[in-house]
Design a protein around this ligand. Sequence first.
Ligand code: AMP
Length: 376
Amino acid sequence: MTAPGSELTLGILGGGQLAQMLALAAIPLGVRVTVLEPDPQAPARLCARHLCAPYTDPAGLDELAACDAVTLEFENIPVEALAALEGRVPVRPAGSLLARSKHRAREKQALREAGAVTAPFEVIEDEGDLHGALDRVGGRGILKTSELGYDGKGQARVNTDAGLRAAWDALGRVPCVLEGFVAFEREVSLGVARSPDGQVAFGPLVENVHRDGILRTSVFPAQVPHGTPAAARDMARAVADAWGLEGLMTLEFFVLPGGQLLVNEVAPRVHNSGHLTQDGGGISQFEAQVRAVLGLPLTDWAPLLPCAMVNVVGVDGPDGQPLTPDWAAIDALSGTRVHLYHKAHRHGRKVGHVNLVAPDADTLHERLASLEPLVP
Ligand code: AMP
């Protein structure tokens, strides 16, 4: 039978939970997945062919080069790996886009060039750059390392020049971006996919709440003024077109009190805030990425029903023992669906999520209020 992706193969750099969920979305399309991932316990090993080798392993990269296309589930892919694939197989998104999105200073400059709005920022590369930088971003800011920061790591809040100097010292005097502190009302995110022929599709505008720098809950629809979702889509389309996106990326935004959007950062892939698309009806963000990367027909993937997600993150209790979610009570709640990544417990590590769906927004918020206390 000729199904949409029959006999196509997709290679993925990385084998974590995002690769696991990409593979789970690929299988019903007829697509087979191979992941290159050094961790023998990688979550994706359960549902994809697992090449257990370093990302730069020549034999592993040869196997990926034999796929129809290659995508990724994290942005810090070694440049050697991308260079080894160059010209042999389409890598989507391309290395040039990754180089932007994994470097905060370059990312912000490229966002502005694409016409997107960001918080004021200053690039800090040497001591001289500190002079007057805090004043120029409004007197209060967040210093972030340009590379390798995630889940709030590699960041410091600063509100004095002395504090800025101390924070830069504490971050190891590495290249940083100093962003003006944004008094945002909410945080939202939006996925955008673009196929190799330039067709663009969007995910839902999702509202996100963080706890200790890690995403705690996502809710769709986001509670924002009427015009905000369309404004987010316009900005995402402008960036996707300007950056020549092939594949999927997710924009994180701050929403100001009037509804105006500032782009905080871009992930060149599916995103934790999009997991709720697995259970809200319609295609998921994972299917959208698979489709966009392989050039299969693409549609918007906003869920058909109000839905939410609560992350399950490893938490050690006061006695040092892991706190576990009340799984029986979670299963007994109407509209829940559990997704586990088959990862060992570690404090602060994402090990799964619970999706929640409801026929209307009021019911969703009632159910979410019941679900939240069940997840430590
Ligand atoms: P990031 O690693 O850039 O996603 O930042 C982690 C979290 O820190 C964000 O989700 C916000 O809650 C907060 N944050 C980051 N940048 C700013 C900013 N410029 N102003 C206020 N809060 C921020």
